[in-house]
Write a protein that binds this ligand. Structure first.
Ligand code: SF4
Length: 578
């Protein structure tokens, strides 16, 4: 991975690709790469959909190697949803394929003058960019089928659906999985709209003729990977819970904790949870011939994903994640897994962030556009988005826009981005992350749920403000580092709890690159990434006053604990004091 592919979509005479040495970005991967390029090359005050914004797609440091869990890919830009810097990452095959093709990043720059759409094909022989407006407004599923017809069945695709073409702020970038289905998404922050603004419908990757990247010390790499995999297998979360029931194993746990946001964050428990839990989902999948344990890319040993089939046993969608089941389920009062799976399928096909869309539909329900619990109405609303009707365009721009248009006060967003599936009043540590993350409300930025609820990496009482800022800060630093390796964030459960698994991760980096990194270097990397991102946001006009939860979280007590968000503003302001 010693080169960067830059494509100027606004070049005279049509898009121009140039392959340049990785240069000053050498040694960076994933989020460290995307945030470095965006922070250095994108004017912070630019319009997110304008020619000056860039879309950066970067595999992780260990992507394309034999390291387990190394297939995450980062997408970075200035976000049209939040106005902040954005890094959103995804599983799927493209990270491994792009890394094997030798690219440390693809950077889409400029903007086509006429509103044409292009497909970009990349293989060992180079890059071919073709205008193809026949692909316009195709859903991700059909689009990928067409690409397979054209380029064969060894490809991996990075694409947008109609939502990205319509430049909606909830638009995602889709990545194909091992079965070449567009089921994995860099969902958060509207990166799909930025790809749409660049006129890129799909990037097709083919690594035929390339082989896995080889470590400097292959024997040390093999040993470290084995120790890492053993560590993942022996931890109860990564070795048992996630493989058996997927991420949705959390539904019962978070509901029990009174932190499962219900009916647009009005309550912390949902009466229908048992009908949509991970346990019920896995049973349903098994009974119908679906798959409850499956990887989203080759080399994953945790296998938290799965395949969800309809009542007749036909493929409907990938196993909807915990966040998706919550967003379209409890948060909208819907307790029917088949309806939730259909909403997930539509979101993937249109290219939409399931968290943002679930939060948006719940806000629309609060506004009276549909009744809480009405699954058919929710499906109709998402179809409006796919069609791009006037109402659909409002909804497709997320919860904040929808709440504003329809006069709703209870809008659960930070910096314009919808909160995920944990109420910050009942899990105060995640509230600190929502408020202070450089990305807007984002649970993955510093997953305090692990320590507040799952007692991973220690324990901090979720209902008390004490210790939450320190917890969130440490997790945000660690996460920024993990996001740069290309490792799936779920390794964090084992890495936080088991020092030997953390050491195995560092050993893999050292064996691969011939380095002598220590734990302190990893922490320094995380801090550096956060510092760059925070600096970009400051130059974009964000102040500490933006690092706040919406007012009602401090005023409305959440049942069943009847508690408000307790962490003081002056303590939130200490998040970057390290
Ligand atoms: S643990 Fe889950 S999200 Fe992570 S790589 Fe495996 S299947 Fe993908």
């Amino acid at each position: 991975m010693d080169k960067i592919l830059r494509i100027n979509m606004g070049a005279e005479g049509g898009p121009k690709a140039s392959t340049v040495p990785v240069g000053e970005y050498a040694g960076l991967g994933g989020r460290a790469m995307t945030s470095s390029i965006v922070s250095k090359e994108v004017p912070p005050l630019c319009h997110p959909l304008g020619a000056d914004n860039k879309l950066v797609i970067a595999p992780g440091l260990l992507s394309g190697t034999t390291a387990s869990q190394s297939g995450r890919i980062s997408v970075g830009c200035k976000s049209p949803l939040t106005g902040t810097i954005k890094e959103s990452n995804s599983g799927g095959q493209p990270s491994q394929v792009l890394a094997r093709l030798g690219y440390a990043a693809i950077v889409l720059e400029g903007k086509p003058k006429e509103g044409n759409f292009y497909k970009i094909f990349i293989n060992k022989d180079g890059v071919k960019i073709t205008q193809d407006n026949s692909l316009c407004m195709l859903g991700n599923y059909y689009l990928v089928e067409k690409m397979k017809e054209e380029y064969g069945d060894k490809i991996a695709c990075i694409s947008i659906g109609p939502a990205g073409e319509m430049r909606m702020s909830a638009a995602s970038v889709a990545f194909t999985d091992m079965e070449q289905r567009p089921t994995r998404h860099a969902g958060r922050g509207g990166s799909g709209a930025v790809m749409g603004s660049k006129g890129v419908k799909v990037i097709v990757l083919d690594d035929t003729g390339m082989s896995a990247r080889v470590a400097k010390d292959t024997e040390a790499m093999r040993k470290a990977n084995k120790a890492f995999v053993d560590g993942l297998r022996k931890h109860p979360v990564t070795g048992e819970g996630l493989p058996a029931f997927g991420t949705n194993i959390l539904a019962n746990v978070i509901n029990e904790a009174g932190a499962y946001p219900t009916h647009n964050f009005q309550w912390g428990r949902f009466l229908g949870t048992s009908k949509i839990s991970g346990e019920t989902q896995a049973e349903t999948e098994k009974a119908r011939g679906g798959i409850p344990t499956h990887g989203c890319h080759r080399g994953c040993v945790i296998q938290c994903s799965g395949v969800y089939t309809d009542k007749d046993g036909h493929y409907l969608t990938k196993q909807p994640e915990y966040e998706t089941v919550w967003a379209h389920g409890a948060n909208c009062g819907i307790d029917d897994l088949d309806s939730i799976a259909m909403l997930d399928r539509l979101d993937d096909d249109y290219g939409l962030d399931t968290i943002e869309m679930g939060a948006t539909i719940a806000v629309a329900m609060e506004a009276g556009l549909a009744k809480f619990g009405d699954a058919e109405a929710a499906i109709k609303l998402i179809k409006e988005v796919g069609k791009g009707t006037d109402l659909g365009r409002i909804l497709g721009n997320g919860a904040a826009v929808t709440g504003k248009v329809f006069g709703v006060e209870r809008i659960p967003v930070v910096k314009g981005q919808a909160m995920p599936a944990y109420d910050p009043r009942a899990i105060q540590g995640i509230g600190v992350t929502y408020a202070t993350s450089t990305m807007g409300a984002d649970h993955t930025a510093g997953y305090a749920v692990a320590t507040n609820i799952l007692k991973v990496g220690g324990y901090v009482d979720p209902l008390k403000p004490e210790g939450q800022v320190d917890l969130s800060r440490n997790l945000q630093i660690a996460t920024a580092a993990v996001d740069s390796t290309g490792m799936c964030l779920f390794i964090a459960f084992a890495v936080l709890d088991q020092p030997d698994t953390f050491q195995a991760l560092i050993d893999m980096l050292n064996a691969f690159y011939g380095l002598k990194l220590t734990a302190d270097d990893v922490v320094a990397l995380g801090k550096n990434v956060l510092k760059m991102e925070h600096d970009f946001n400051t130059r974009a006009g964000f102040t500490k006053e933006h690092d706040r939860l919406p007012e009602y979280f401090k005023k409305e007590a959440l049942p069943p604990h009847n508690i408000t968000f307790q962490v003081k503003d002056e303590d939130l302001d200490k998040i970057y004091n390290w």
